[in-house]
Ligand binder design. Structure first.
Ligand SMILES: [Zn+2]
Ligand SMILES: [Zn+2]
Ligand SMILES: [Zn+2]
Ligand SMILES: [Zn+2]
Ligand SMILES: [Zn+2]
Ligand SMILES: [Zn+2]
Length: 162
């Protein structure tokens, strides 16, 4: 009698396990539990949003021209002659220094009217601080791993079906 009961419970167990929830391989992630990160396509890094992936930003100080106006001659390239205070003559004669023009070349900008921008050293661009000029930053969606947990199997590689 006792033997029969045991056999019956084994049969019941087998019956239940074949009809209960079934563990199947997750095809979404090839049973690895991880899928490629869609944000970075598995590259582990994404374009820096601060510089749009360029690695550098337009210099604000010179509006990207690489030069800034000379603040000594106000961009003119010349200043009033020091010797004749801009009058052009020295008593009755033309001023020797400026040959009567009243102007002398601005020594600060060598007559160009503009100087190299200090901020960007004339490159008209500054390295992006966010990405150190590389144009790329670590993908925050996958924390730089390149893949994320598979949602279908919760990273298990398998999921249950009824
Ligand atoms: Zn999966
Ligand atoms: Zn990613
Ligand atoms: Zn600049
Ligand atoms: Zn002069
Ligand atoms: Zn100047
Ligand atoms: Zn950047």
């Amino acid at each position: 009698m006792r033997k029969i009961i045991i056999s019956a419970s084994i049969i019941t167990f087998l019956f239940l396990s074949s009809c209960g929830p079934e563990k199947v391989e997750c095809e979404e992630c090839n049973v690895t539990g991880r899928v490629e990160c869609k944000e970075c396509n598995g590259d582990k890094e994404i374009d820096c949003k601060d510089c749009y992936g360029k690695g550098s930003k337009h210099c604000y100080d010179c509006s990207g021209t690489g030069r800034e106006e000379c603040n000594w001659c106000y961009g003119d390239g010349s200043v009033n002659c020091f010797d004749c205070s801009g009058s052009g003559n020295d008593g009755d004669d033309d001023c020797n220094k400026c040959n009567g023009s009243g102007k002398s070349t601005c020594i600060d900008c060598y007559g160009r009217g503009s100087k190299q921008c200090n901020t960007c050293s004339g490159y008209s661009k500054e390295d992006c601080e966010t990405c150190n000029g590389s144009g790329k930053v670590e993908c925050d969606v996958c924390s730089g791993k390149g893949d994320v947990e598979c949602l279908k199997c919760n990273g298990d590689g398998y999921y249950l079906v009824d």
